[in-house]
Design a protein around this ligand. Structure first.
Ligand SMILES: [Zn+2]
Length: 85
């Protein structure tokens, strides 16, 4: 997988939506690329924090926040991939 492709597959990778083959190609690149390795690690931490937040909120509160969180992760992704270029 090329470096440019990682961004495209990243959210699918975190959500577990990639096929086994895509997952393997993704892993191979991430293992050999420091920038992508850091990116995946950061995103895992953000995802873990979002999960913790979800547990602490009621269903209604969570639904209200969900849209904002997704927007936030997207902004963060665009920012962090711009930083590394
Ligand atoms: Zn890379």
């Amino acid at each position: 997988m090329k470096h440019e492709e990682i961004e495209v597959y990243l959210s699918g990778y975190i959500d577990g939506e990639l096929t086994e083959q895509e997952m393997r190609r993704f892993d191979i690149h991430v293992e050999t690329c420091t920038a992508c390795n850091a990116l995946v690690e950061d995103l895992r931490q953000v995802t873990a924090r979002v999960c913790q937040l979800r547990i602490s909120l009621s269903k209604e509160e969570w639904e209200r926040m969900e849209r904002h969180i997704e927007d936030g992760i997207l902004c963060w992704l665009v920012r962090s991939s711009a930083d590394k270029r």
